[in-house]
Design a protein around this ligand. Structure first.
Ligand SMILES: Cc1ncc(COP(=O)(O)O)c(C=O)c1O
Length: 474
């Protein structure tokens, strides 16, 4: 017998099988989908409740593993249960209880011009009239490809895929195909998506959940993955010394965002460039997070170091699912069908995703964009650190353009081991306090934060004032 789920967030008239009806009959009594969106942040603080979110999450837990579709969303490291959202606009988000938040997650990076930008939405509307997927070439692919190639110094040709994970999987196969070697070096605490070869000392959710590795990854898949601490040139030199002629590539986040925010030491990136050249290995910048965020041409433009290959994601899809890898023409011409290295995708180059990407990049290219991001992010980061110190906490942090982070430790933080010295219990208390003040950070000490062009001075000031209050209380 079919039934309609009428619980929180699912009052859409959906039918489900009796299997589900039985399980949820006690927890899905009422429909609470309509949310009042006009409540001021001050008013909400007085009435802060996550009752609807709790109910929705209780339903979700029975439907999806851990109640989420990506692990870091689950709030495991900060306690409580995730907030279920209803809508986003600009720098703000609204949950299904009607609470409003200033958002520093930005959908984990894509929302750099602000959520649900009017121009992006209008362009998507126009594209949608022509259809949502062709499974065949479209002109929009040329437009975005030209924009990416002219922006990112290392990219002479590009292949679009559907996620950062796919981009990193593709680029790894390509680096191995081109060099005829199998070993790769990655850095501890860097995250390159969830493909098997990268799940060794990985950051992001893997770090957040304290998992050293993942069951299900065959030993053979990670056998050729070597790791070194970030910012450690001599460790790298030793790896090359001990694996002469066998290393295909080094892959790294040029600024780490998946262990919290960790910047490279001066000259670290230059040293890696030199070492890879000397050893006939390729240098891959995973710019899924930093691409179009640190500068229009990404970390490689910002630091003036050009890798052989680059991965992109997040921003280039403007909030729709996109990834990309690209680089030197002689390497990229190995990719099928130009060459023998096979990689494919049903939805790759999807017209909607290309549209959102094109209009996001257009906005980013306007003068003053990165100066503005740098200014507000600097004020925010410094404000939080000052507030922390004033309240007597060990705290350090950093930022570049629209990317930032702070740790509850004296610092300095140069690598994942340093990051792990952070007081994560204190971070969790800080996190919960900030939620009640209407500020939404990533629910983990080991994730960078993101600002956007939609963040106003008022947003930043509100956040600092909230941080001062919460840091005095914890
Ligand atoms: C640097 C980096 N590479 C790869 C990925 C994987 O991207 P996706 O989650 O789109 O698969 C991420 C995701 O956060 C990332 O930050």
């Amino acid at each position: 017998m079919a039934a309609t789920i009428t619980g929180v967030g699912v009052g859409l008239g959906l039918s489900c099988s009796s299997k589900l009806t039985k399980r949820f009959s006690s927890s899905t009594g009422s429909s609470r989908c309509s949310v009042k969106m006009s409540v001021s942040v001050e008013e909400q603080k007085k009435n802060f409740t996550l009752k609807n979110s709790e109910e929705a999450f209780n339903v979700a837990k029975e439907l999806m593993p851990g109640g989420v579709n990506s692990p870091v969303r689950a709030f495991k490291s900060v306690g409580g249960q995730p907030i279920v959202f209803d809508s986003v606009k600009g720098s703000h988000m609204w949950d299904i209880d009607g609470n409003e938040y200033i958002d520093y997650v930005g959908s984990w990076g894509p929302a750099i011009i602000g959520h649900a930008d009017d121009q992006v939405l209008a362009a998507l509307g126009e594209t949608m009239k022509k259809g949502t997927s062709f499974g065949a070439p479209c002109l929009l692919e040329n437009v975005l490809a030209e924009m990416v190639i002219s922006a990112v110094p290392s990219i002479e040709m590009v292949r679009f895929v559907n996620s950062g994970t796919e981009a990193c999987m593709g680029v790894l196969r390509l680096a191995r195909a081109f060099t005829g070697r199998e070993r790769i070096i990655k850095f501890e605490g860097c995250y390159h998506g969830h493909a098997d070869p990268f799940l060794v000392k990985a950051g992001s959710g893997v770090a957040t959940l304290g998992l050293p590795d993942s069951p299900g990854v065959p030993k053979g898949a990670t056998y050729e993955t070597l790791t070194a601490p970030f910012n450690d040139v001599s460790a790298l030199e030793n790896l090359f010394e001990n694996n002469k002629g066998e290393i295909a590539a080094i892959i790294l986040e040029p600024v780490v965002g998946n262990s919290g925010f960790i910047a490279p030491k001066p000259d670290f990136l230059n040293a890696i460039r030199r070492i890879t050249k000397e050893n006939g290995a390729l240098l891959i910048f995973d710019e899924v997070m930093t691409g179009f965020r640190l500068a229009y041409g990404g970390a490689q433009e910002y630091f003036g170091v050009t890798p052989d290959l680059t991965t992109l994601g997040k921003i280039i899809g403007g909030g729709l699912p996109v990834g990309a890898y690209g680089g030197r023409r002689d390497i990229m011409e190995m990719v099928a069908p130009a060459g023998p290295m096979y990689q494919a995708g049903t939805l790759s180059g999807n017209p909607l995703a290309m549209t959102a990407g094109i209009h996001t990049l257009k906005r980013l290219k306007e003068p003053g964009t990165y100066e503005y991001l740098n200014k507000i992010t600097g004020e925010l980061t410094q404000g939080i650190i000052d507030a922390g110190k004033k309240a007597g906490h060990a705290i350090c942090g950093g930022y570049i353009s629209g990317m930032f982070g702070f740790f509850f430790t004296e610092g300095p933080v140069y690598n994942f081991e340093d990051a792990k010295k952070s007081d994560t219990t204190k971070f969790a208390r800080f996190y919960r306090g900030m939620l009640e003040e209407g500020v939404y950070f990533a629910p983990s000490q080991f994730e960078a934060g993101f600002t956007s062009l939609a963040h106003s001075s008022d947003d930043i000031q509100h956040t600092i004032t909230a941080a001062e209050k919460v840091l005095r209380q914890i």
